[in-house]
Each structure stands twice: as structure tokens, then as C-alpha cells.
Design a protein around this ligand. Sequence first.
Ligand code: KIV
Length: 261
Amino acid sequence: MLDFKTRKDRSEKIVMLTCYDYTSARIVQDSEIDVILVGDSAAMVMHGHGTTIPADVDMMCRHIESVGRGTSDKFIIGDMPFLSFRQSLADTLRAVDRVMKAGAHAIKLEGIEGNEETIAHLVRSGVPVMGHLGLTPQAVNQLGGYRVQGRDEDAARIIQRDALAVEQAGCFSVVLECVPEQLAKTITDSLQIPTIGIGAGMHTDGQVLVMQDLLGLSADFKPKFVRRYLDGRQLWLDAFNNFAEDVRHGRFPAADERYGQ
Ligand code: KIV
């Protein structure tokens, strides 16, 4: 298990990346990424939904199992999907049990209000829990869209208060999504547990990106906080078009790509 707290104490940044499938997981396994998040963003980048709300426990478990088969020693965090942890404690425990048995080493759940007891119970039961504050995509319909959170003083104070509550409930780490850099720094400095930022500036204890964003696979999604480390979409397009050209011009398959008698 990755020691998140020691990393923070030593000021060693934690690097987290989302991953949803076996083939990608095998590559992440051979990389220097510390932590894999099987995020409910799977609903969007793997299944084409407009929000994360359609993700459910079945969907998450399938992705977690696939990622688990592609990795040997990476720490895997499984996202709890929309409302899966807001029903009875018994229902929540059943959902978490499935996610953990699918291969997650920890779970992540969004928000804190009304989740304090659930988180404390899970932690007491041996489930490591990561929190998620700021822009919580499962609440997109309440937040009025995907926008930076905590810009005014009152909103910032609420996120700061929530971050302390996340720590007090027993979370081992918390994602801060789309909040001003100074607010993320204040929270990071005030917590014992590490913060992992996405769109939260450079002072968090770690960073997370969605794999498809990092690889530049989308034509139209380019928020300010994403750095594309690859023009993946163009590379894929070139490969697909080269294949099509080669087939049409009789260049594929070549002699050494065919079976003899
Ligand atoms: O689902 C997800 O990918 C996430 C990250 C954006 C933190 O929650």
C-alpha cells in the first residue's frame, strides 16, 4: 500500500492517473505513476455519457476488475458512483464490498455533508477512503455546470471546513477539483492528510489527470488545467488512415505478414 501520509511528510508529490481498462493498465503498471484511480469519469470517457451520473456499481466493478488484471502492485482506488453511498448504510456497505472485491484497494467518494458517519464506519471496517471536494461532478446539476468552486470567501470557507471534516472522518487523502490555487494551498497546509489536485494549482501534495486528457485523445475537451503530454488523437488518426491507405493500395498485408502453406 502506498504510504500517502509519509509522502506528504517528506514533501514527495503523489502522482495519480485514471485508468479503466486492461491494456492501458498494463502500460501504467510499467510506468512511474503511483496510484490508479478507476474514476466514475469512465461513464464519460469510456461510455460516452455527458456526465458521471450514469455510472453504477456494475460499471465500476467491470472497470476495476479489468485494471486489476493489468496491474500487479499499483495502488488502485475505485470511485463510488452516484448515490451508491447515499442509501442505507447496509446498501452502502454492499456497494463498497463489491468495489473492494472487484480489486480496489481503497474507495473514493464525493462530498462530506451527510457522509461523515458512513466514512467513519467504512474506515473502522478496514476500508481506506479518499474524499473529493471542490467541483464534485456527481453534483453537477446542483453546481450549475463544470466550473471553478470556492471563488468567493463564503464558498472558500465551506470547502476549507469540509476538508477538515473529511480528515476528521478518517479519509487518508482528499481530491481537490477545480478550486483556486490559493485555497488549495491553504487547505493543503492545514491538513495532515495529502491533497491530490486537479485544476487546483501547484501546491497540492499530488496531482491527478484523466488518462484520455493527458494523452490528448479528445478533439474538443481542453480545459485550462489539462496538460496534453501526447497528441494522441492525431497519432491514432494517422495510424488508422495509414492502415486504410495500405489496405486500399495493396500494401497490407506484406509478404512477411502472411501465412505460407
Ligand atoms: O472520476 C474521476 O476521474 C475523478 C477525477 C477527476 C479526480 O474523480
